[in-house]
Design a protein around this ligand. Sequence first.
Ligand SMILES: C[S@@+](CC[C@H](N)C(=O)[O-])C[C@H]1O[C@@H](n2cnc3c(N)ncnc32)[C@H](O)[C@@H]1O
Length: 224
Amino acid sequence: MTEDISSVGRHFDYLAPEYDANATARGWRSNAVLGEMLGDLGCAPRSVLDLGAGTGATVSEVLAHTNPVRVVAVDASGGMVDYMQERFAGDTRIECVRAPVAEYLESTDESFDLVTAVSVLPFNSEVQTFIDGMAGHVNPGGNCIFTYEPVNPMHPLQSERETTLRNETVGTAATIHRQHPNEIAAAVLRAEMQLVDNRLFLPLPGSDPVLLAGIVVARNPHED
Ligand SMILES: C[S@@+](CC[C@H](N)C(=O)[O-])C[C@H]1O[C@@H](n2cnc3c(N)ncnc32)[C@H](O)[C@@H]1O
């Protein structure tokens, strides 16, 4: 079933005012792990596309490790985008776009040296379409880095393929979709990307039961 991204957007509209404070309070470190991967890769992207950019935490991490001249940050939630615009006010490198990822990708032929999506894929049921979409906008030799939620038998929620988060107050539902690492690897290869890295990490160190996340680096292997 295709996701109702407007419902996901409204789900995050509701969370937006507390989103950054909650992530900090919980010690959520997926963006820090992205930063570590960028440091290890030693890449120097001039252009970056961040999908599901939220309040801009991923873009901030990219800017801490690289020095791009153009960053496009896309999110379906107007509430999250408002906070992101405030965060980057006056920074002419950054263009904030309120749109569903699929709609934005269809609207542009632009390609980027780096495409990122942190904690976004889990909200999208069409994994291959999402990865194909990213792959289609990475420059030759460029990288794509994204996180996913793995199926994890050690955790009662993560052992399920899907969990629907409902907010009865605002009438929204956002479903988290999980994959096995080999399924993600196969989807990357089907997108004609080279799989550079695919590892699991602890987004909340010390969590009990153990919560896991996956992070992937994929490269466009084609020549210019
Ligand atoms: C958990 S937040 C992560 C935000 C940011 N990447 C970070 O790590 O702080 C997920 C964001 O992805 C957005 N999102 C998920 N699927 C999307 C889609 N298909 N199109 C646009 N935005 C999407 C949501 O609106 C939300 O702001």
